[in-house]
Design a protein around this ligand. Structure first.
Ligand SMILES: C[S@@+](CC[C@H](N)C(=O)[O-])C[C@H]1O[C@@H](n2cnc3c(N)ncnc32)[C@H](O)[C@@H]1O
Length: 311
């Protein structure tokens, strides 16, 4: 048992707060393994043996909410109950790591602005249309950064621009749609962009301007859902940064294969700095740009490559 502080808003009381006993359910080793495999199969995220306590702590409230009093029954619920999909989505809201901020990994963004965007303009000059996907976008700082850089480039005036932001966590998607940010999201952005693309709000937060917001669409998408990925249509470039590091290798491979199938020949995949396609049999080619390394679907995909060089 632990003590949980209950604030007055949660419970009518004349005291400023009261203490109430809250059950913490014990997650045994065997049920932990069943549960983490189920979570991996559903989302790709892999929790190693050291994460047993973390899962126990994060999921304990879910048992209470569902009136279940042990983890074995909760596991069965996740397998067989007709509400299992809803519950798995609720688990994603509490288990995913959502750390992000504007202008994260600046070298890659320099390559994006200086090299990839001009190339994209040239490549799509007939259709005058671009579609960029931020896969695992969290609260939206990454796709809004992409939007600001596209506007700043002045290369696509009058073009049909679409930036998709997707995530498996419904809570972060709600925040992304609002587009209101506090100081922590601005740790790496130049003042110039804050002044040009945000409205200050009372209380110290900032709201992204509509001229950026209207370029974006946010949606729920599990990266392991190849069918839904197929419905995204043709994507010119994919940012998938700092999401696959939490996946096990087979799930990473599966996601990267999905990316390959939605990109056209010559399309780019941009991963986070801590991520690479090393040890993955993949058809992507590693491309050295001035400021960073990116992956590209070869122009002639019949010349399939079986492995990628080291980053
Ligand atoms: C650490 S954040 C990275 C955000 C942003 N891409 C960045 O680099 O700043 C990783 C995001 O990936 C999402 N994610 C994890 N597993 C996912 C899955 N299977 N499908 C879609 N999104 C997933 C998480 O919810 C989280 O918001």
């Amino acid at each position: 048992m632990i003590l949980k502080m209950i604030l007055p808003s949660e419970r009518q009381s004349r005291w400023p707060w009261v203490f109430e006993k809250t059950e913490v359910f014990v997650l045994s080793d065997d049920v932990f393994r069943l549960l983490r495999d189920l979570i991996r199969d559903y989302s790709g995220m892999y929790f190693d043996d050291n994460a047993r306590y973390l899962l126990e702590k994060r999921l304990t409230a879910r048992l209470g909410i569902n009136n279940i009093n042990n983890y074995r029954d909760y596991y069965r619920y996740l397998l067989y109950d007709k509400k299992r999909e809803d519950e798995l989505a609720a688990i994603m809201d509490v288990l995913t790591v959502n750390e992000t901020y504007f202008f994260r990994e600046k070298n890659q963004l320099l390559s994006f602005s200086e090299e990839l965007l001009p190339e994209l303009r040239q490549r799509n000059r007939n259709s005058r249309k671009i579609k960029i996907w931020s896969a695992g976008c969290s609260t939206g700082e990454e796709p809004y950064t992409i939007g600001m850089l596209i506007l700043e480039s002045n290369l696509f005036n009058g073009w049909d621009i679409e930036i998709l932001g997707s995530d498996i966590n419904r809570r972060v998607l709600q925040a992304a749609r609002k587009g209101i940010y506090r100081q922590n999201s601005f740790r790496s952005i130049e003042r110039y962009y804050v002044n040009k693309y945000f409205d200050p709000l009372p209380g110290g937060s900032f709201k992204i301007l509509d001229k950026v917001k209207k370029l974006l669409n946010f949606g729920y998408l599990n990266l392991l859902d190849a069918v839904k990925m197929g419905f995204l249509g043709r994507i010119d470039m994919i940012f998938c940064r700092n999401a696959l590091i939490y996946f096990d290798m087979p799930s990473r491979k599966k996601v990267v294969e999905g990316f390959y199938s939605v990109l056209p020949e010559g399309g780019y995949l941009l991963l986070g700095h801590a991520e690479s396609l090393i040890n993955m049999s993949t058809a992507f080619a590693l491309k050295h740009l001035k400021h960073d390394l990116v992956y590209q679907k070869p122009e002639y995909s019949s010349q399939r490559m079986t492995s990628c060089r080291k980053r």
